[in-house]
Each structure stands twice: as structure tokens, then as C-alpha cells.
Design a protein around this ligand. Structure first.
Ligand SMILES: [Zn+2]
Length: 315
């Protein structure tokens, strides 16, 4: 890492935590229970009281049926995951992520990662402030294009975000179109994967805006997230990124390989909201396949009690 760091006292604390919508099922089931008890005990009732009770029971039933079918849906989804996890050789079934937060967390630039006048530029962060036991999977570059990987992720329903560098992507745009069609957001990792601080402002702008244009042209959507190659940047990088329409610069707090994890923090552990980096790499790069890498990172994530959530849900 050769991050350009400025001294700053901006605290990482003070983030709002947005709780997800919880307890709906409990309320509906309780209502049904009360209605059922009322029906059982009030068999001798008559008149408007009985009519009102019947109406309440019917409403509670309708509400509970809706909630139960949602619960059943979640159960069916998890059962499908159990099957997919076995099929793809995962030791444990991945945990289901909680619902997307209703209120997005307030993100600030990580302490020590600021450039001069940081407040004018997109924030640079390695962890999303949340109390949810979730981490985020981000995959960079794009040289390896393994169809098995697309199939695996779709069947396991593990969300991830891609940061694409055009020089390794351009020989097979349809592969990444399939990825996008499966719900993956394609973000900006520059045209040619250069060391940004070694370039002039204009050159950096070409690398970043050029990739914005390419992704828009090939995939119909202009990215809002940018990750500088190697995590290296200076003020010109963030200034250029902003001028190209970039809203945020997520780096990472852990990196996944086929046989190990690297951690940024001294505790060598995952934390709620951590962004995990990995790469589109194949056997020649790291003696394993993309599915091997996913099996390893998911073992780590699940063993530690985390679910993989969608980064875009929190930004
Ligand atoms: Zn890269």
C-alpha cells in the first residue's frame, strides 16, 4: 500500500445505524393467535360483537397468511441454498443477509486516508459503518472469465460487486453482461490499471472517465463507484473521479485468495461492514479456480458468523 495520507482527526465514529424492518412476522402471528383464541372462546357470542370478532379474525388471518408466505419464501430460499452449497462443495451453507437497511449509513473517509480538502471529493473507505453482521464481496480486474463462477454465484445467491479494468475485460464483454444480468453492479477500475499517482491529472481523468464511457457504452449504465488500481491515489485521482461522476471510492479491509485471507487490521479478523477484495483470477495466477476462492472465503465468512450483503444496499 502506498496510499497518500494526510494527517487528519476525522473520526470514523458517529455513524447512524439504521435498523432493518424486523418483528413483522411476530406481530402477525400474535394477532392470529389472539384471533384464534377469540374464536374458540366466543362460540356462544352473537350480534355485532360476533360480527366484529369474525371480521378481526379474518383480517388477522389474511395478514398472517401474507407474512407466512414471506417467511415460507425465505425458508424455501434458504433450502435452495443448502442444496446449492452441497452441490458446489461449500462446507457450510452461507448465512442469509438481513433486509437492506431502510436508512443508508453515513459514510466518511477512513481516518488517515484523506487527501487535502477531502470533504470536496468522494469518500474513501474500507468498511461500511453498520452493526449488521455482514461483509461485502468485491471482485477486481476481470482477466479470468469462468462460466462456472457465474453459475455458482447465481445458485448460491451470494451478492458481489465488480470493479472492471477494460484492458482485461474487452476481449469478452458478453461474460460481464451475463454477470450484470444476474444483478451484479459493474463499477470502474480504470481503462488500463495504471498506478494513478504516477499520472497527471489529465491522464488520470482519461483512465477514469474513459472507463465510465466504456462501461456505459457496453453495459448501458454509468458506474458510481471507483476503485483505484492497487488502492493507490492522490488528490488528482479523487478530483478526476468526481469530475467523471463517481460518488464513492470503496477500498477494502480484507483480501481473499484461494487458500488464505489477508487482513488490513492488526486483529487479523473480519468486522461488521468490512469490504473484502478479491480478483477475477484463474489457475495460472493463484493455483486454484474462482469457485475454489469462493469456497475458501465463504468458509471464513460463515465460520465467523457473517453473511455477505449487497454493497449497493448500504451506499
Ligand atoms: Zn486491480
Amino acid at each position: 500500500m502506498q496510499l497518500v495520507r494526510q494527517k487528519g482527526n476525522k473520526s470514523q465514529q458517529g455513524h447512524r445505524y439504521a435498523a432493518g424492518p424486523r418483528g413483522r412476522f411476530g406481530v402477525a402471528v400474535a394477532a392470529l393467535l389472539v384471533a384464534a383464541l377469540g374464536t374458540a372462546c366466543g362460540s356462544g357470542d352473537s350480534g355485532p360483537d360476533k360480527a366484529a370478532k369474525a371480521k378481526a379474525a379474518k383480517a388477522a388471518e389474511a395478514g398472517a397468511a401474507g407474512a407466512l408466505s414471506a417467511a415460507e419464501k425465505a425458508k424455501a430460499a434458504q433450502q435452495a441454498r443448502v442444496v446449492a452449497a452441497k452441490k458446489w462443495g461449500l462446507r457450510k451453507t452461507p448465512l442469509a443477509a438481513p433486509p437492506a437497511p431502510k436508512e443508508k449509513p453515513e459514510i466518511t473517509t477512513r481516518d488517515g486516508f484523506e487527501v487535502e480538502d477531502q470533504e470536496e471529493y468522494p469518500n474513501v473507505f474500507t468498511t461500511v459503518p453498520t452493526e449488521d453482521k455482514v461483509v461485502f464481496l468485491t471482485i477486481d480486474d476481470g482477466s479470468e472469465k469462468d462460466p462456472e463462477f457465474l453459475k455458482m454465484m447465481q445458485e448460491l445467491k451470494i451478492p458481489y460487486t465488480a470493479f472492471l479494468s477494460d484492458y482485461v475485460v474487452r476481449d469478452n464483454y458478453p461474460y460481464f453482461k451475463k454477470m450484470q444480468d444476474a444483478g451484479v453492479t459493474l463499477n470502474n477500475h480504470t481503462l488500463n490499471h495504471r498506478y494513478m499517482p504516477g499520472l497527471s491529472y489529465e491522464q488520470q481523468r482519461e483512465e477514469i472517465c474513459g472507463q465510465q464511457d466504456t462501461i456505459q457504452k457496453q453495459f448501458g449504465k454509468r458506474p458510481t463507484l471507483f476503485r483505484p488500481p492497487y488502492g493507490n491515489y492522490n488528490q488528482d485521482t479523487l478530483r478526476a473521479a468526481k469530475s467523471c461522476g463517481i460518488k464513492a471510492v470503496p477500498l477494502w479491509n480484507a483480501e481473499a485468495f484461494t487458500n488464505r485471507m489477508d487482513y488490513r487490521e492488526w486483529d487479523r479478523d473480519l468486522h461488521p461492514g468490512d469490504i473484502i477484495l478479491t480478483h477475477f483470477r484463474g489457475k495460472e495466477d493463484w493455483k486454484g479456480t474462482m469457485p475454489d476462492m469462493i469456497r475458501h472465503v465463504m468458509k471464513t465468512v460463515t465460520d465467523k458468523g457473517y453473511a455477505v450483503a449487497r454493497l449497493e444496499d448500504y451506499l
